[in-house]
Design a protein around this ligand. Structure first.
Ligand code: C2O
Ligand code: CU
Length: 428
């Protein structure tokens, strides 16, 4: 990338070509992937806050596709859903063009036939860099995923009634864990270094209880960029669609540990297990220049915990003769919601009355969770995806800035989204 004397006037151009190709996830283990530029994940896109991103997408798949820029506050017409654009037909192309107004860890993914296309690899990372006091010794971006494969490394088919119902209920989870398209690779970091690691959960349904062999790490950012203060933890939950940025290290020369997911019980038929994403190998010691400030940035709360609720959403699961079960928003599948007005603060209560977890995702806008089950949160963060455990309730605040058009929210377990847990609404 060129130098950035006038970052807000930069236009960064990329080309993504969607096609089917073979991809080696481990030595001798090849899958028939669907993805971008013959790689899985697709190319990592990078820009600076304020740049214009221009991405030409060519569709060489046998079916239509569209690209959604998860987390980016872009114009409605660029959101990549069927409500705002015609799908890109096989052999055709479409150029997405928008400013990236916020720094953070984002991603792009197919928003057409998602349960099929995303499962096969139609996703990639998008990093928007900030100007900040934070200095680290390096950076890594990790896209986490899983695949459900047969012994012949083919994607399993939906199958007969019971497995189909189970997949609809649990979402599609497979035992083949991938980190940047590979099964348990060895990743190195020099001893003594503190690096910025950005994690993106690109899986269909897997809840990742991220764990680095018991080592402490600092969470510095979530979906919408940096937090106010670093949070020191040994594990963190990353649900489908969510992002987390951490400071990893310093580690000691010669040591080795795993990036794992600990079991997270979300009431699925298939039992949650502890599983490995990657092996970290710590190399020769190097001097560090890292500087992690105690205040990463200021985040103004959008509303008080007591702010009056302007809208109530209820996520639920109900019986269905045809499908076994339906996934509902306010009692309906694939529904539409009332419009919201530009400049009018939204305070929504989102209640999950079902007995399973749902990661709630709002397109195009960030929200703050201002209350969870009656309690104020520990800290304020900008989010676009947030998990609701069974029988839980959150209050979110968000501001519809001046980007009128059709938007949506949905559960980011792709099978739940497809089974109806979504709603459109208009910003007017
Ligand atoms: Cu990443 Cu409509 O979603
Ligand atoms: Cu769900």
């Amino acid at each position: 990338m060129k130098s950035h004397h006038h970052p807000t006037s930069q236009v960064i151009s990329y080309e993504l070509e969607a096609s089917i190709f073979s991809w080696e996830i481990a030595e001798g283990k090849t899958v028939e992937a669907w993805g971008f530029n013959n790689q899985l994940p697709g190319p990592l896109l990078r820009a600076r806050k304020g740049d214009t991103l221009e991405v030409k997408v060519k569709n060489n798949l046998p079916e239509p596709t569209m690209i959604h820029w998860h987390g980016i506050r872009l114009p409605a017409s660029m959101d990549g859903t069927g409500e705002v654009q015609k799908p890109i037909e096989p052999g055709e192309e479409f150029t997405y063009r928008f400013v990236v107004p916020d720094a953070g860890t984002f991603w792009y993914h197919s928003h057409a036939n998602e349960t099929f296309q995303m499962e096969r690899g139609m996703y990639g990372g998008l990093i928007v860099e900030e100007g900040t006091a934070l200095v680290t010794d390096g950076e890594k971006v990790f896209l986490l995923d899983d695949m459900k494969l047969t012994a012949e490394n083919e994607f399993t088919k939906p199958g007969w009634f019971i497995p189909r119902i189970m997949e609809r209920h649990d979402g599609r989870e497979g035992d083949t864990l991938l980190i940047n398209g590979k099964e348990n690779p060895t990743i190195s970091i020099a001893g003594g270094q503190a690096e910025r690691w950005r994690f993106i959960n690109a899986s269909s349904a897997r809840y990742i209880q991220l764990y680095l062999g018991g080592k402490e790490f600092k969470i510095i950012g979530t979906d919408g960029g940096l937090l106010e203060h670093p949070q020191t933890v040994t594990q963190v939950l990353l649900t489908p669609g969510e992002r987390i940025e951490i400071i990893a290290g310093p580690f000691t020369e010669g040591e080795s540990f795993l990036i794992e997911t600990l079991p997270y019980n979300r009431m699925t038929f298939l039992k949650a297990k502890r599983q490995t994403f990657a092996t970290i190998q710590v190399g020769a010691q190097k001097p560090s220049v890292a500087y992690i400030p105690q205040i990463l940035r200021k985040i103004e709360p959008l509303a008080e915990k007591e702010a009056p609720v302007s809208r109530k959403l209820k996520l639920s699961v109900g019986p269905s003769l045809k499908h076994g079960m339906d996934f509902l928003v306010n009692g309906d599948v694939h529904t539409s919601d009332q419009p919201v007005k530009v400049g009018e603060l939204q305070v929504w209560e989102v209640a999950n009355s079902s007995l399973m977890d749902h990661p709630f995702h709002l397109h195009g806008f960030f929200f703050q969770v201002i209350e969870e089950n009656g309690e104020a949160p520990d800290y304020i963060a900008w989010k676009d995806t947030y998990n609701l455990p069974p029988r839980s309730r959150i209050k979110i605040a968000w501001m519809p800035d001046d980007r009128p058009g059709e938007w949506m929210y949905h559960c980011h377990i792709l099978e739940h989204h497809a089974a109806g847990m979504m709603a459109h609404f208009e910003v007017v």
